[in-house]
Structures are given as structure tokens and as C-alpha cells.
Design a protein around this ligand. Structure first.
Ligand SMILES: Cc1cc2nc3c(=O)[nH]c(=O)nc-3n(C[C@H](O)[C@H](O)[C@H](O)COP(=O)(O)OP(=O)(O)OC[C@H]3O[C@@H](n4cnc5c(N)ncnc54)[C@H](O)[C@@H]3O)c2cc1C
Length: 409
């Protein structure tokens, strides 16, 4: 049971899930509006960043996301843990197609940043601890939503612990397996890629010079993202059987297999850190909001990690909600906010899903015809600056943020 929440007055917002998306939303909204009454329900029992969300992964943050984190006063504390991506090299193993994206071509010092999610968790945790101490944020740990009873003015929420809460808006940020999403009546579309991602940090014999590599191999795409302390963050897409094999392979054999798959352009791999495997699927809700309820982060869209778009999309979910809550401070769950959130999030989400899903399917196919098609595509990207600009814009997330500002401000 929470120490600070009093049931006398309804909350403005209840966030279900205190992971990367839920915690960041709480921080942004509490900075924006000192009068906001906010609580988080988190199923894990640790009174520290949820290990279920802030695990050993690293993620790529697009340039546009870094700009938002700066605006929200977080990047100042995060930047020492971030590593700039200055160049992206995209290639197809065993074929001629290659393309390069360079930050300098877009008058930028970096196309994005790579950061360990534990570092994000630590910084966010310190900020949220201060709000909790001031009595502005209540936590319900080791708890979860049991039942929802919406009325015209409020969501009435029963928790498994027996606590009864009322909130003007419920934000579901419970990740891809969210049980409350179905309780609230959202429908989900799901496709299993039959692929697993093996992730690990790879120590290098030499500097990575801030280059990211995206390589398409017969088992699926492989990404190496530059990380601090002369390391790469690896996302290696494999069949479930291959992933299980490489997970327990002795270090020298693992490094040799990875070197063969990635080639030598990315440098010589020296060490591998903890290896973790994630099954890959595409899950997306058919609606972003319903009566007094919105979906956020992976509860709304759970993507293949290869294009590094999932959390970037979640940051834009948060940006949209923050703009809308500035407009609708009196009633956080009012119909115009619910409607505008849906209108803002679905097109952005569908565009990113189309881009990511097409990349996965096109580059996971070993047929010679498909290989010719994608190599011609990579070749054409080099010849056509407009096309290349469109790919770079997607990677940097700039257009989407501009569009959201225009739509919601
Ligand atoms: C291998 C890999 C690499 C990735 N790389 C990138 C990248 O480079 N760039 C990028 O932008 N994105 C990337 N992503 C995606 C990114 O990690 C996700 O978008 C992000 O983790 C989503 O955060 P979330 O808070 O929505 O969900 P989660 O991280 O799943 O957090 C959900 C939280 O809700 C809690 N919870 C669950 N159920 C309940 C319940 N019933 N009640 C209360 N609490 C509950 C959990 O304990 C957890 O704290 C990657 C993902 C993977 C798997």
C-alpha cells in the first residue's frame, strides 16, 4: 500500500507499470505541472529501477529523442553514459549493396546516441525519489490492477492488494505482455517473427570511431552500435536454435562466429559481456486510447529491435501526452485529450511499424531475387540523396517530432 496517496481526492493520473516508459512519463509530467496528483502501480517489489525494464540492454536514441531528453532536463545527467553515433554503415553479407549515413551530411554532430538502459534507470530513479520524498508521487509496489470500472468522470481501479483508486486518466505502460490492456478492452494484433535477438556488449581491440554497423545476414539482421569504453552493443537476430547455441558457446568460439557473421569492417572483437536472448514479435494495439485510458510504450507497440525504434516511439508517446496535458489540465482524461492522443499516435506508430517490419522481412529473406532487390535498394540509396535523407530522417526521428508539435500545440 502506498504511503502518500489519500483516497479522498481522485488522482489526475495513474500509471500502471513503472518501467522505462512509465517512469519517464511520471518524471516529465511532474516537472511540467507541480499540482498534478500522480501514482504508479508496479508489479515488481524492488524499491529501485525495475529490473524487468532497466536490464542489461543498451538502446539507440535517435537525435530527435536526445533533443527531447535535453528539453526535459535529463540529458545533462545522461550524456556521460551516452556514445555518439556519427556514421551508420549498412550492408548485406556476401552481396554488393552498401550505404553510409553520416551525421556531418545532415549538419549534425551525431545521428543519435547509444546508452545502457541501467544508466537511464539510475538517473530517472534519483529524480523520481525526490518527487516521492516531496509527497508528489505515490508508488504501489508488488501490486497490479485487478479490475477496472470506468464511469463518465473517472476510472475506478481495484488493485490486487485490495486498494481502491480513482483516477481521471489511466495510463497503461506495462510492457508488451500487459494484462490491463485486455481488461480495458483494447484489441491486440500479434505476429511472431520466429526469430530471437541475442544481445551482448562486445569489447574491441581498437576504437569504433563512433560507427554503427547494420548488416543483413541469412539468419536476419545484425546490428553493432558504438558504446562507451571501446565497446559495441550487439543485437544479433538468429533462429531460436542458433540463439540457444550461441548463448552458451565458450567465449572464443562465440567471438569467432560473430566475427564471421559481422565481417572485419567493424574491427576485431576481443571480449563478450553477459549474453541475453529475447524472442522477437510485433505486437500493436488497434487503438491508442479508450474511455479515460491510454496505452504507452510497449503496451501500445512492441517492435523488432533491429531499427532501434521502440523506445524512441515511446518518447514520442510521452511527448504527445505532455503537450495534451498542458492543454487539458483540468481533466486529464477528458474526451478531447483521448481523441487527440489517438490521432497523434496511430499514424506515427504505423509508419515506424511499416519501416521496421519491412526491414526485418526484406533483410531476413535469403532468396536470390530478394537479395538482388535489397542490394539494388542500398545502391539506389547512395545515388539518390532524397531517399537517403528520408531514411536518415526516420532514423533520427526528426519529422515525427515536428509533426506532433504542429498537430498538438
Ligand atoms: C534487445 C532489444 C533492443 C532494443 N533496442 C532498442 C533501441 O536501440 N532503441 C529503442 O528505441 N528501443 C529499443 N528497444 C525497445 C525498448 O527496450 C522498449 O521500447 C522499452 O523497453 C519499452 O519500455 P516499456 O516501459 O514500455 O516496457 P517495459 O520495459 O517492458 O516495462 C514494463 C514495466 O511494467 C511492469 N509491469 C508489467 N506488468 C505489470 C502489471 N500487470 N502491473 C504493474 N506493472 C507491470 C514491469 O515490471 C516493468 O517495470 C529494444 C528492445 C529489445 C528487446
Amino acid at each position: 500500500m502506498s504511503e502518500t496517496y489519500s483516497t479522498e481526492q481522485p488522482l489526475d493520473l495513474l500509471i500502471a507499470g513503472g518501467g522505462m516508459a512509465g517512469s519517464l512519463l511520471a518524471y516529465v509530467l511532474l516537472c511540467q505541472n507541480p499540482a498534478l496528483k500522480l501514482a504508479i502501480v508496479e508489479q515488481s517489489s524492488d524499491k529501485e529501477p525495475s529490473k524487468a525494464s532497466f536490464d542489461s540492454r543498451s538502446i539507440a536514441l535517435a537525435h530527435g529523442s536526445v533533443e527531447l531528453l535535453k528539453q526535459w532536463g535529463l540529458w545533462q545527467d545522461l550524456q556521460q553514459s551516452g556514445c555518439a553515433i556519427e556514421h551508420i554503415h549498412i550492408s548485406d553479407r556476401g552481396h554488393f549493396g552498401k550505404t553510409y549515413l553520416n551525421a556531418a551530411d545532415h549538419q549534425l554532430s551525431a545521428l543519435g546516441q547509444v546508452i545502457e538502459v541501467e544508466a537511464i534507470g539510475e538517473v530517472l530513479w534519483q529524480k523520481l525519489k525526490a518527487f516521492t520524498a516531496q509527497g508528489r508521487l505515490s508508488w504501489f509496489y508488488s501490486d497490479a490492477i485487478n479490475a477496472l470500472n470506468p464511469t463518465a468522470e473517472l476510472q475506478h481501479i481495484s488493485l490486487q492488494s485490495g486498494a481502491q483508486l480513482q483516477s481521471k486518466l489511466l495510463v497503461i505502460a506495462e510492457g508488451g505482455l500487459s494484462p490491463s490492456r485486455a481488461l480495458a478492452g483494447f484489441e491486440l494484433k500479434s505476429d511472431d517473427y520466429q526469430q530471437h535477438a541475442l544481445i551482448a556488449n562486445i569489447g574491441l581491440a581498437q576504437s569504433h570511431q563512433h560507427k554503427a554497423f547494420e548488416r543483413f545476414t541469412p539468419t536476419g539482421p545484425l546490428a553493432l552500435l558504438p558504446l562507451t569504453r571501446q565497446r559495441y552493443s550487439l543485437v544479433w537476430t538468429l533462429t531460436p536454435e542458433q540463439a540457444a547455441h550461441h548463448l552458451i558457446q565458450p567465449e572464443p568460439e562465440f567471438l569467432a562466429a560473430l566475427q564471421q557473421a559481422a565481417g572485419h569492417r567493424a574491427g576485431v572483437f576481443k571480449t563478450v559481456g553477459q549474453r541475453v536472448v529475447y524472442p522477437l514479435s510485433l505486437k500493436r494495439a488497434t487503438e491508442a486510447s479508450r474511455h479515460r485510458t491510454v496505452l504507452l510504450g510497449n503496451s501500445l507497440h512492441n517492435l523488432h529491435p533491429i531499427a532501434g525504434q521502440g523506445f524512441n516511439l515511446a518518447i514520442r508517446d510521452i511527448f504527445s501526452l505532455s503537450l495534451l496535458l498542458q492543454k487539458h489540465q483540468a481533466d486529464a482524461g477528458c474526451y478531447p485529450l483521448i481523441k487527440a492522443y489517438q490521432q497523434a499516435r496511430l499514424p506515427d506508430m504505423q509508419q515506424v511499424i511499416l519501416y521496421t517490419d519491412s526491414l526485418v522481412r526484406l533483410f531476413s529473406n535469403s532468396s536470390r531475387l530478394m537479395a538482388l532487390g535489397r542490394n539494388t535498394g542500398l545502391f539506389a540509396l547512395n545515388l539518390c540523396p532524397d531517399l537517403k535523407q528520408a531514411v536518415a530522417n526516420q532514423a533520427m526521428g526528426l519529422n515525427s517530432i515536428r509533426q506532433l508539435k504542429a498537430l498538438l500545440s
